[in-house]
Design a protein around this ligand. Structure first.
Ligand code: HT7
Ligand code: ZN
Length: 844
């Protein structure tokens, strides 16, 4: 496969002044007619007229009304064109029904829908399918369907047809079309300038009862973007459509967002608190793209973080405002460490702005999205809130309607603040997680912190330079009072010292507050210091972090040295759990332990080959010990975790339920599942039902509950995904592979549905000790199914290959089993470009 480089960017030789499309829908023979006005691009030197096109049957093509015969290849076509503005017309045939890749125009449960990002539009018609070509689109959809939707505002409609016009120039990746027998959940919103906007969530008949929460989330997002970023919506209508078969969470097509139904449909009976929170965040994320992504888009796909990092940052700000800011920050850091750190520290390491790719779909990664958002958080911390707001204003004013680069983005910050961001820009070009070590000295009232930063070489980059690190620090005196409030240190050198004067005694430092930079902090802090911070830190994040550090250190000592669980950690935790003033959600987070995968990485870093079974056993021992130690506290936690009011997916209620779930998990270790069974039998919402079922599965007391859950929910696709996933994810490691295998034989298993495939195999990959079973059965099963799936859906297959990305961490036997599984995938005769690239990068 061909490698594309950022350095090779050149503008397209033509501008597109207008696009007219007509769709004559038919399952295996849809006709797409295009009429496109091109004009020579004065800014381009290469004048080749090349239009992307894949899997298209070209029926006819004309230039200025005259038939032409272009040269057609599997990637597109070229044609001689006049050296002046001209009209290109073509008619192509495509087959949505047989499109299982879910890219381009495809069918899902009898409904037509599209997914064009990143390069799917070329599967719909011949076009310069690149984000820097922006144009206005008029679309006519013809078909015997009650609902016919496209981007922009409705123009006209009649029996079996509808026309849409989008007045805002957009790249082809934001094109969308939906047609089918759908029902709508309506709403409306009046913008800050008094314009009424019609809102709709479209779903399959029967799902209309699951749209109300999404609609409220949409209205909240619209209001928040006006209030916080001054961004007003710009069309008369905003449509959201729920689709069952979708490769990712959702897509921000202009005025017509398409959502994986799991990312929009919700009800208390069928969705957990976590589902509600995720839906609210995804609706906000896609809506926020209207400005950060759509009005201002990316010049090329290397700039993906320009829209994704910024939009993730914006949606995390939104969630912090709607819910609890510390809880959101802690959850985001858990997620970053769980998904982005392994990427950055393994063979898939790449910069936030990659410099080459074979298949762009493989770069919709945690690095581009989540680390990209962290980079923006650091920028905001460094320049301050006011300058950040001013820079954003300038960004919107200067670049509206343009396709931009990271250079454009940083320039607005430079212009507003007068700072030179040359060194900061390394965050976009340098891969890997910096490691930050620290030493301290105290003499004559002066306390000195000396930091050293170092980024280990990665497969894509051998040499690393120092980064700009915003390090938020607070100092506490020995009785727990804060003597220096949170102060931002700006580190730019490989080694740098910072002094704090006039301190009466040696303070205890609280470092990297709020996780102010995405680094690994290597501090050989004493256990006493962590226990002290756990009890006294005023920064909620660092208080949680102290507990996490203690838990990690204890678990590592248990695995490595056969130590017993750390009593000081358990005592500190108990004190915190007793504190009624602390948010229940925060206390629930305090009770959670580092993941098995995080522990495997931590062991690997201290030179111990991680043994998944030992890690699993250490966590079991720790959890059993916690259950016994906190035995007397559990009734109190269960009481505080109980909600007596009618169900609401609010942060407050959800925090209580998460504390209740954490208490139930410990209780189950004492009573063998009695309380969990009671909760399962009485549950009137999915959060309670699922947490009880999870405990019953972990306790091995699940036979009855699994069956009754199935019988209750067999007709609800989204709940059945939970049923599939939980049986594998919560299974005893020895059973996970067999359960996954058995579930693939269940009549409701459908490999063509990404949600269902991920439910089983995503859960298997997450069941650390289960997946890494010593005999390699987990690797073989996943490889078998990835091979099968690749022929149908390369994008989802390639994403799921990342389950193998940490293979070099493990012992020689496991390494060779994983390597063999990867090589078996790589050896498949017609493996997709997506999977080929992923497997070869993982193998290195
Ligand atoms: N911008 C969207 C990304 C996306 C996507 C990318 C590749 C293939 C399928 C896809 N579906 C959605 C979603 C987002 O980040 O908001
Ligand atoms: Zn996005």
């Amino acid at each position: 496969p061909q490698t594309i480089y950022l350095r090779d960017y050149t503008p397209f030789g033509f501008v597109v002044e207008e696009v007219h499309l007509t769709f004559r829908l038919a399952p295996t023979s849809t006709r797409v007619l295009s009429r496109i006005k091109f004009a020579p691009n004065p800014e381009a030197t290469d004048k080749t007229f090349f239009l992307h096109g894949e899997d298209l049957i070209l029926k006819s093509s004309k230039i200025d009304g005259k038939k032409v015969t272009p040269t057609v290849t599997p990637e597109g076509l070229t044609c001689a064109v006049p050296d002046k503005p001209f009209v290109w017309e073509s008619e192509v045939e495509i087959s949505p029904q047989t499109n299982t890749a879910l890219e381009g125009l495809y069918m899902s449960n009898g409904m037509y829908c599209t997914q064009c990002e990143a390069e799917g539009f070329r599967k719909i018609t011949y076009y310069p399918d690149r984000p820097d070509v922006m144009s206005v689109f008029t679309v006519r959809v013809e078909g015997p369907h009650p609902v016919l939707l496209s981007n922009g505002n409705p123009k006209d409609s009649g029996d079996g047809w509808a026309e849409w016009r989008d007045p805002w120039p957009k790249p082809s990746y934001l094109f969308a079309l939906v047609a089918g027998d759908l029902v709508n959940f309506p709403g409306e919103f009046t913008t800050c300038s008094g314009k009424d906007v019609e809102l709709n969530i479209w779903a399959r008949p029967g799902d209309e009862g699951k749209c109300a929460f999404g609609m409220e989330a949409l209205k909240k997002s619209m209001k928040w973007d006006e209030e916080v970023y001054g961004r007003e919506y710009d069309l008369d209508i905003f449509n959201i459509v729920a689709v069952d078969d979708f490769n990712m969470g959702a897509m921000e097509n202009k005025g017509l967002n398409v959502f994986n139904s799991s990312a929009v449909l919700a009800s208390p009976e069928t969705s957990t608190d976590m589902n509600f929170e995720r839906i609210e965040a995804i609706i906000a994320h896609e809506y926020f793209h209207n400005w950060t992504g759509n009005r201002i888009t990316c010049r090329d796909w290397f700039q993906l973080c320009l829209k994704e990092g910024l939009t993730v940052f914006r949606d995390s700000q939104f969630t912090s405002d709607m819910r609890s800011a510390p809880v959101k920050r802690i959850s985001d850091v858990i997620d970053l460490r769980g998904r982005q750190f392994p990427e950055d520290q393994g063979p898939l390491s790449h910069p936030v702005r990659p410099e080459s790719f074979q298949e762009i779909n493989n770069f919709y990664t945690a690095t581009v999205y989540e680390k990209g958002a962290e980079v923006i958080g650091m920028l905001k911390r460094l320049v301050g809130d006011e300058d950040y707001a001013e820079a954003l204003e300038l960004y919107f004013a200067r670049h509206d309607g343009q396709a931009c680069t990271i250079e454009d983005w940083l320039k607005v910050f430079e212009d507003v603040t007068g700072r030179d961001l040359t060194q900061f820009k390394r965050w976009y070009s340098q891969s890997g997680t910096p490691r930050l070590s620290v030493s301290e000295a105290y003499a004559d009232g002066t306390y000195t912190l000396t930091f050293k930063q170092h980024t280990p070489p990665s497969p894509d980059q051998a040499e690393k330079l120092p980064q700009v690190l915003p390090i938020a620090v607070g100092l506490l005196n020995p009785n727990g009072d804060e003597v220096v409030k949170t102060t931002l240190l700006e580190m730019t050198e490989a080694e740098q010292s910072f002094e704090f004067r006039d301190l009466a005694s040696k303070p205890v430092p609280s470092l990297l507050r709020g996780f102010s930079a995405p680094v690994v902090l290597e501090r050989a802090a004493s256990r006493d210091e962590q226990v002290f911070l756990l009890a006294h830190d005023t920064d909620a994040f660092n208080r949680w972090e102290a507990g996490r550090n203690l838990a990690r250190a204890s678990l590592i000592a248990m695995v490595r040295d056969g130590a017993a669980p750390d009593q000081a950690y358990l005592d500190g935790l108990a004190a915190l759990l007793r504190d009624d003033d602390l948010d229940p959600a925060f206390r629930a987070l305090m009770l959670s332990l580092p993941s098995q995968s995080e522990l495997a990485q931590a062991l690997y870093e201290v030179g111990v080959t991680p043994d998944p079974d030992q890690i699993w056993q250490a966590k079991e021992t720790m959890a059993d010990t916690m259950a016994r130690t906190f035995r007397d506290l559990l009734p109190k936690l269960a009481f505080e975790g109980k909600v007596t009011e009618p169900y609401e997916p609010s942060a407050e209620q959800s925090g209580k339920r998460s504390l209740g779930a954490a208490a139930l998990a410990l209780q189950t270790r004492l009573d063998g599942g009695e309380a969990a069974q009671k909760q399962f039998d009485k549950a009137d919402n999915m959060t309670l039902q699922l947490s009880a079922l999870s405990q019953l599965i972990q306790a091995g007391k699940d036979a009855k509950a699994v069956q009754s859950f199935h019988d209750q929910w067999k007709d609800d696709r989204l709940v059945m995904d939970k049923w599939f996933g939980l049986q594998v994810g919560a299974a005893h490691p020895a059973q996970a592979v067999d359960r996954a295998k058995a579930l693939t034989e269940h009549p409701a298993f459908d490999m063509k549905n990404p949600n269902r495939f991920r439910a089983v195999f995503g859960a298997l990959a997450m069941n650390h000790a289960g997946f890494h079973r010593k005999d390699g059965a987990g690797y073989d099963l996943l490889a078998d199914w990835l091979i099968k799936l690749d022929a149908k859906n390369p994008q989802t297959t390639a994403r799921m290959c990342s389950a193998f990305q940490t293979w070099r961490r493990y012992d020689a036997d496991r390494q060779s089993l994983m390597k063999a599984a990867l090589e078996r995938i790589a050896a498949q005769p017609s493996l997709s470009r997506d999977t080929t690239e992923m497997v070869s990068r993982i193998l290195g």
